[in-house]
Design a protein around this ligand. Structure first.
Ligand code: UDP
Length: 464
C-alpha cells in the first residue's frame, strides 16, 4: 500500500521577494518527504511558468503549482501594492478554501499543513477554519522588520505615528542596542507608494499582527547569529503576540547548485560565461530586485557612474525598465565589452562567482542574504519597505558595506557612486568582514548548525 505523505499547501504574498524564498522552503520540505501544493496568483503563475527553463522544469516537478485569481483584472497594475492587497483579501480566501476542499475530496494525500506568508493572514484564517492540523506563518524578511511591525501599537501609544499609520514625529528609532536604526519616515508602510497605499499596507500589517497568533509556528528566513538582538527582542513577545519564532535561514538554493526557482523573468545565464572571462574580484554587480524603478536622470547618472568607475560591471536592467528608460547617448558603444547589461540573471549563481567584487544593491532582504552568504561587500541604494532597515544592518551593524548619499538635488551623483565603489574595494576591511559574516551565515545552515537544527525540529513537528 502506498504510504501517504504529509501534504503542505504553501501560499506566498504575490511578490517576487516572497515567492522565491517560499519556493525554496517548499523545495527543502519536498526533500524531507513532504508533498507541496504551491499556490501562486494566476498572474504570477503565468510569469513563473513562462520564465522557467528546462532545468527548473524538471527540478520543480515535485512541487505542484496551482494558480488562483488575485481578484484584479488582467490589465490592472500588480505593482500597486495597496490595490493588490485589497483585492487579494477580498477574493483569495474563498478560492483557497475551495482549493483545499477540492484536494481533500480527491484521491491522494489530504492537506495536513498550511504555510502562508505572514502578510497573508487571511490564509491562516482559512487554515484554522478548515481545521488544518499544522498552521505555519512564513516571514521572508528580517527579524528586525518583524519587530518593527509588532511594535506598531507602541509607536501609536508613544505618538510617533497616528492610528492610520501616518508618521507624526520625524526622528530616528532604534528598537534595541545593536539593532538597526531607522528614520520613522522610512518605516516599512510609510515608504510604500502614495498615502492611500500606505494606509492599506498599514492596515494589512495590523491585521497580520492579529492573524499571526493563529499560526502554531512562525518560520523566519534569517539566522539567530545574523540578528541576535532582534530575535531576543521578539522572544518575550512570542507568548503574547506571536507563536514560536523559528530562524531557519538563510534559505538558499545551495542544494540545487545555487539555482533558485520561482523567478518572474527568464534568467539570462550567458552572463556566467562573461563572468568566467573576468579577473577574480573585479566586477561590480548592480541589481535592484523586482520592484525598484528609476527616473530618467537617476538612471543616466548611474549609467555614467559605471562608465566612470572604469571597472567591469554586470548591470541588471529589468525588461520593464529597459523598455521605458533610455541610456545616455552612445553609451553602449562606449562601454563595449567592459559592461554587460542584461534583463534578469540567476542572481545566487552570479553572487557566488569569484569574479564579483561588490554588490550595488537595493537591499531587499533576499538580495542582502544572498550577498552576505557569498561574502560580497555592498553599496547600498535602498528604495522602499524594509530596505532601509537592511541597509542599516549592512552599514552600521555588520559593517560590510557603504551607503550612497544623495546630493542637494536628491540625486545619487556619479562621483558619489564612483568614490564609494573605490572606497569599498580599496579598504580591504569590508571584504574581510564580509568573509567572516559569510562563515557565520553558512555555518547556520550546515549540518548541526543552529538554523539547520531548528529546521529539522520543525520538520519533525510538521510530520508528527
Ligand atoms: N533576482 C534574480 N535575478 C535578478 C535579480 C534578482 O534572481 O536578476 C532575485 C534575487 O536573487 C532575490 C529576488 O530576486 O532572490 C529579489 O528579492 P529581494 O528581496 O532582494 O528584492 P525585491 O524584489 O523583493 O525588492
Amino acid at each position: 500500500m502506498k504510504m501517504s505523505k504529509p501534504h503542505i499547501v504553501a501560499i506566498p504574498y504575490p511578490a517576487q521577494g516572497h515567492v522565491i524564498p517560499l519556493m525554496e522552503l517548499s523545495q527543502c520540505l519536498v526533500n524531507h518527504g513532504f508533498k507541496v501544493t504551491f499556490v501562486n496568483t494566476e498572474f504570477n503563475h503565468k510569469r513563473v511558468m513562462n520564465a522557467r527553463d528546462d532545468e527548473s522544469h524538471i527540478r520543480n516537478d515535485q512541487i505542484n503549482q496551482v494558480p488562483i485569481s488575485d481578484g484584479l483584472e488582467l490589465w490592472e497594475d500588480r505593482n500597486d501594492l495597496g490595490k493588490l492587497s485589497e483585492a487579494i483579501q477580498r477574493v483569495m480566501p474563498m478560492k483557497l478554501e475551495e482549493l483545499i476542499e477540492k484536494i481533500n475530496q480527491e484521491e491522494g494525500d489530504k492537506v495536513t499543513c498550511v504555510i502562508a506568508d505572514e502578510s497573508c493572514g487571511w490564509a491562516l484564517e482559512v487554515a484554522r477554519k478548515m481545521q488544518i492540523r499544522r498552521v505555519v506563518a512564513f516571514w521572508p524578511a528580517s527579524a528586525a522588520a518583524l519587530e518593527v511591525i509588532f511594535s506598531i501599537p507602541k509607536f501609536i501609544q508613544e505618538g510617533i505615528i497616528h492610528k492610520d499609520g501616518a508618521v507624526l514625529k520625524s526622528q530616528m528609532v532604534e528598537l534595541a542596542p545593536n539593532m538597526p536604526t531607522m528614520k520613522t519616515t522610512d518605516f516599512i508602510w510609510a515608504s510604500i507608494g502614495d498615502k492611500t497605499t500606505q494606509e492599506i499596507i498599514f492596515q494589512l500589517m495590523q491585521r497580520s499582527n492579529k492573524t499571526v497568533k493563529l499560526a502554531d509556528r512562525l518560520v523566519c528566513n534569517s539566522a539567530f547569529d545574523l540578528e541576535p538582538e532582534a530575535f531576543t527582542c521578539l522572544e518575550p513577545q512570542a507568548f503574547t503576540l506571536a507563536p514560536n519564532i523559528l530562524p531557519i535561514g538563510p534559505l538558499l538554493a545551495s542544494s540545487r547548485l545555487g539555482k533558485a526557482a520561482g523567478s518572474f523573468w527568464a534568467e539570462d545565464s550567458t552572463c556566467l560565461e562573461w563572468l568566467d572571462q573576468q579577473s577574480p574580484s573585479s566586477v561590480i554587480y548592480i541589481a535592484f530586485g523586482s520592484f525598484t524603478v528609476f527616473d530618467q536622470t537617476q538612471f543616466q547618472e548611474l549609467a555614467l557612474a559605471l562608465e566612470l568607475s572604469n571597472r567591469p560591471f554586470l548591470w541588471i536592467v529589468r525588461p520593464d525598465i529597459s523598455e521605458t528608460t533610455p541610456y545616455p547617448e552612445g553609451y553602449k558603444e562606449r562601454v563595449g565589452s567592459k559592461g554587460l547589461i542584461v534583463g534578469w540573471v540567476p542572481q545566487q549563481k552570479v553572487l557566488a562567482h569569484p569574479s564579483i567584487a561588490c554588490f550595488l544593491s537595493h537591499c531587499g532582504w533576499n538580495s542582502t542574504l544572498e550577498g552576505v552568504s557569498n561574502g560580497v561587500p555592498f553599496l547600498c541604494w535602498p528604495y522602499f519597505a524594509d530596505q532601509f532597515l537592511n541597509e542599516s544592518y549592512i552599514c552600521d551593524i555588520w559593517k560590510v558595506g557603504l551607503r550612497l548619499d544623495k546630493n542637494e538635488s536628491g540625486i545619487i551623483a556619479k562621483e558619489e557612486i564612483k568614490n564609494k565603489v573605490e572606497q569599498v574595494l580599496c579598504d580591504k576591511s569590508y571584504s574581510a568582514r564580509a568573509s567572516k559574516l559569510k562563515e557565520l551565515a553558512m555555518i547556520n545552515i550546515k549540518e548541526g548548525g543552529q538554523s539547520n537544527m531548528i529546521f529539522k525540529d520543525f520538520v519533525e513537528w510538521m510530520k508528527s
